[in-house]
Structures are given as C-alpha cells and as structure tokens.
Design a protein around this ligand. Structure first.
Ligand code: FES
Length: 135
C-alpha cells in the first residue's frame, strides 16, 4: 500500500510533513503497519487530537473520530469487522472508510486525511470536526 510521498523530514517518529495536493495539511507520523495489523484498530493522539486508526481486513488504513457519534463511548472498545466499526454500547455501526452510518444510517463519524508511506501511517487533523447524532 502506498500513499502520497512525503518529504524526507516526515519519516522520523513524530515528524510533520506536507504532501502535495492535500491543501497544505500537516501530516503527523502515527504508527507503522507493524504496530496495527489488518483487522485491528487503535486510538492514538495526533497533535493533541485523539483519533481511531483503523486497518481494515482488506488492507485499507483510515482514521476516524475515536468517540461514538451516539453517546461518545470510545469506539476502540467496540469491534471491527471488515471496515465496519460497531460500538459496544448500543451497537451503532459506521463504515470507517466512508465515515457513513450503517445502523442507523444518519450516524456519521469524522474522517481524518490519512496516508501510508513505506509502511508508516501519517494522519492530518487540521480543520476536521467531530460529528455527533445526539437525540
Ligand atoms: S454510545 Fe455508541 S451506540 Fe450508543
């Protein structure tokens, strides 16, 4: 899996890089694919913002808001099946690749721009707003 090439200074741990075509967003090194295998998800803090990095079973890597859009339960405590994240509390489901709700359909989670370069995952958090569907 490859992403947009980042400048060499983006490679060291914690480094920040800018990728062409991403509106000047700053991408931060988060983890490697050895840290997060396919079928796993884990919460990380990126530039002071918590994100849930999801490595789907078919090899896609995405980063979404870490809290359930229903009542803000950590989604890392739920389950991942394919690209579907299910909250442990009331079983709401969202697709981690699209951010769209599956059950219920009106649910939605924020997606953070994510790149994978040479097995390292980079995430940008600037300007992304979390989404909630409170009753
Ligand atoms: S808090 Fe996640 S489904 Fe209700």
């Amino acid at each position: 899996m490859t992403g947009v090439a980042l400048p060499p200074e983006a490679s060291p741990a914690g480094a920040v890089g800018r990728a062409a075509g991403d509106g000047g967003r700053s991408f931060h090194r988060v983890c490697t694919l050895d840290d997060l295998w396919a079928g796993e998800m884990a919460e990380y803090e990126v530039a002071g913002v918590k994100v849930l990095v999801v490595h789907t079973e078919d090899g896609r890597v995405t980063a979404i808001q870490p809290m359930c859009p229903h009542q803000e339960v950590p989604l890392a405590e739920g389950t991942l099946e394919g690209s579907v994240v299910t909250c442990r509390m009331h079983l709401w489901q969202v697709d981690a690749v699209t951010g769209k709700g599956i059950n219920p359909e009106h649910a939605e989670v924020a997606i953070y721009p994510t790149r994978v370069t040479d097995g390292t995952v980079f995430v940008a958090v600037d300007g992304v707003q979390t989404r909630y569907s409170r009753p």
